[in-house]
Structures are given as C-alpha cells and as structure tokens.
Design a protein around this ligand. Sequence first.
Ligand code: SDX
Length: 431
Amino acid sequence: MTEEKKTATLTLEGNSYELPVLSPTVGPDVLDIRKLYAQAGVFTYDPGYTSTASCDSTITFIDGDKGELLHRGYPIDQLAEKSHYLEVCYLLLYGELPTATQLEDFETRVTRHTMVHEQMHRFFTGFRRDAHPMAIMVGVVGAMSAFYHDSTDINDPWQREVASIRLIAKMPTIAAMAYKYTIGQPFVYPRNDIDYASNFLRMCFAVPAEEYEVNPILARAMDRIFTLHADHEQNASTSTVRLASSSGANPFACIAAGIACLWGPAHGGANQACLEMLKEIGSVDRIPEFIARAKDKNDPFRLMGFGHRVYKNFDPRAKVMKQSADEVLDLLGIENNPILQVAKELEKQALEDPYFAEKKLFPNVDFYSGIILEAMGFPTAMFTPIFALSRTVGWISQWKEQFSDPQHKIGRPRQLYLGETMRDYVDIENR
Ligand code: SDX
C-alpha cells in the first residue's frame, strides 16, 4: 500500500470529513473510505462496483482507455509472443520471470501433480452424460477438498503452495475428463514427457485405439489461449474467489466458486455464447439485423464478445486472438471459414456504427477465441471450461495475495435498504 499523501473532503449536513487519498503506482487514485461509516454514519453505494476498489494488488493492471494489460508489469502481447503459459503462471504466482532453473523446477512440480486421485474417476459417473462440462467442473473441483485434505489448511503457507500447484496441474486433467465423460470415451491419463498444452490436447482427443500425435501448431495456439486468459484484475470470478476466501474457505472450494461465477454468459460463458451467436447470424448479409437488435433498448440481445467494464478501447487479448485465429485456420488449411468471415465483418460494421463508438464497445477476449477452439476440435460446451482452466492461476495468485495482506478480513458489503420498517406479525385470520 502506498503512503497517504492527499486527502479529499466530504461535506455532509454541515459536517466535513477528511478522506485519505491513496495513490497507486499506476492508475487512478482511490478514496480510502474504510472509516467513513464510523465517522459520518453513511455508506457508499456502488452495486456493480463500477467505481470501487475492493483490494490492493500487485499482480495485474489494465489501462482500459489505452487497451493495455500488464501481468507484473509485462504487457500481455509480449508474454503471448515470447513466453508460455507455465512461465506466465510462475510470473503471476511469484512476481518475477523465472530463471531457467526456477522454471524447470516449477514445470517439474506441476507435471508431477497432473494426475487426479483414482477414486475421483468414480465421482464423474454420478453426472448425466449430457451434463454441461462446467457443471461437472464446479462439482469435481469443489470435491477436491474431500480428496486432498493435506492441502486445505489455509494458515499453512506450505499447504497453500501445494494446493496452488495441485490446482494448476489438475485443472487440465479434470477439464479433459469432463469432456471425455460427456462424449462417452475413456479418460486419458496425463503424460510426464509432453508439455502442459500438448497434455491437455492429448487428454481431450487421444483414444486408446491408436497413437495420438499432438499437432505442434495447435499446441502453441492452445498454450497462447491459456496465457491470454490467465488473469484479469478483480473481474467477477476473481472477486468471487477473493470473497469466498475471506471467510477462510479452503482453496478448492474458493476455486469452485470462481468456476461457478465464470460460467455466466456475461463473463466467461460469453465465448460459448459468442460462437453460437455467430452461427445464428450465419452470413454477412444478416449482420445489420443483429446490430440493430443489439442497439434496440427493447431487445435484451447483446453482441456477445463485445463490450467490457474496463476496456474502453480494444481488448489487447482480442487483438492477439484475432491474429491467432487467422494463423491457426490458415495452418489447418481451413480456407474462408464462414464463421470467421462473419466475425470479421461484424467487428468491422459494429466499429463503424456510432452506437458502439459512443459506448466504446470493442471486441473482447471472447470474440475470436471460440473460432479457434472450434477449429481445434472442441465443442462450444468446452469453451468456458478452457477459460476456467486458464484462469485458475489468476484466481490462485489473487487468492494467495490476500494472505499477504495484514488487513485481510471477511468481506461483508452493506446495503441501501428500501424495504418495510419494523411491523408486528398479523395472524392469518386477520389478514
Ligand atoms: C469477460 O471483467 C473482466 O475482466 C472480464 C473478462 C476477464 O478476463 O475476466 O475480461 C472476461 O467477461 C469479458 C466480457 C464477456 N462478456 C460478453 O462479451 C457479453 C456481452 N457484453 C456485455 O454483456 C457487457 O459489455 C459486459 C457485461 C461485458 C460489460 O457490461 P457493463 O460494464 O456493465 O456495461 P453496461 O452493461 O453498463 O453497458 C454500457 C452500455 C449499455 O447501454 P446503456 O444502458 O448505456 O444505453 O453499453 C451497452 C449497454 O446496453 N452494451 C452493449 C453491449 N455491452 C454493453 N450493447 C450491445 N452489445 C453489447 N455487447
């Protein structure tokens, strides 16, 4: 936390209150209102947290106006081009890029935790085969606390470290198992001789009946998608993880809560909803109809994959994802993918439309990701599980950061109460 250096004055009913102003290393100043209720007897009101900082953090910074995303100060486009997911995991968890030795040690530790307890296989059989993989992931990840008791004591730094590694290592295995279960194929065990992204592709697409060779182009694209989704400040699911953690819940329960929140179509579920929307549009000549619907206040339809609470410029992840979509489809020999053509034309027409320009609505991370994932062979239902897999390191890094905060306490918002004042019970015969 930076030193207080400025104050703001609040005048209320003839009284003045000095509010400390805290300055970040970069970004807007914040008014410290922690003592406001005690001093002035009033709450602040910000239902969507549009102007509220819930914590201080050193992990990720977004400049929404410039369209910049930094992880521990490193721009996402440089990390996407030059780094790889497990190195970004190390950066998010420990704050610095690893040396070669540190990276090798970290990758070995993750690799050694990729299998899940064998009894978890039976846990899957309780689900219907047509269950959404996100429903399975919420259940199975929450159940991890029933299998890994030796890493649930949040007051033990070593157990926190083990839980962090276990979650990063096992999420691809659990996501792949959820996919295999829904398509009626046998689970594929992880291997220790291939990289993280290749392992995930192999666990999803290999079958016992034949050898499976991972396509290095797809493995690189998969790893880049993991990196682009790794962390994103205090988004809804990360805030859910932090709030769950503030009660002292174990790490597996907190991550399960984050998965549940991410599932919503306004958040991580948008990648599935966006591809379904692009398919519904179907051809470029129907784009004006859908843009008109998105602008119609009486129509709940929104352009999925468009808009963002923080970005009021291009989402830098969407830029990288768009380049990757072109590369992957080209390398896969998928010429003139009609959905990609619709997406590009929709982006062009929307960005030329005053409604989207005035409201500063740009494509976000979910706009192009589904196109790549579908080209890689994933069904739309697997898009959000892949987002959850990728974001686990962000959730865990933010979860760990809370424990380093001496002021860490349970999160308990107040409210603007508009209900009835006290009144006496009325017996039913008198109602
Ligand atoms: C993610 O927070 C994060 O960082 C999230 C994320 C991450 O990495 O964790 O980046 C991942 O969740 C990306 C967002 C994925 N969601 C979608 O693509 C769903 C479609 N987008 C919208 O639902 C919306 O843009 C949100 C939810 C993303 C943001 O909503 P806000 O910030 O609450 O904005 P808003 O609803 O107040 O919209 C402002 C205006 C409104 O019009 P007015 O009421 O001012 O007239 O813009 C309009 C909205 O109607 N608007 C849209 C729109 N998004 C906002 N109009 C049409 N299409 C859209 N997509």
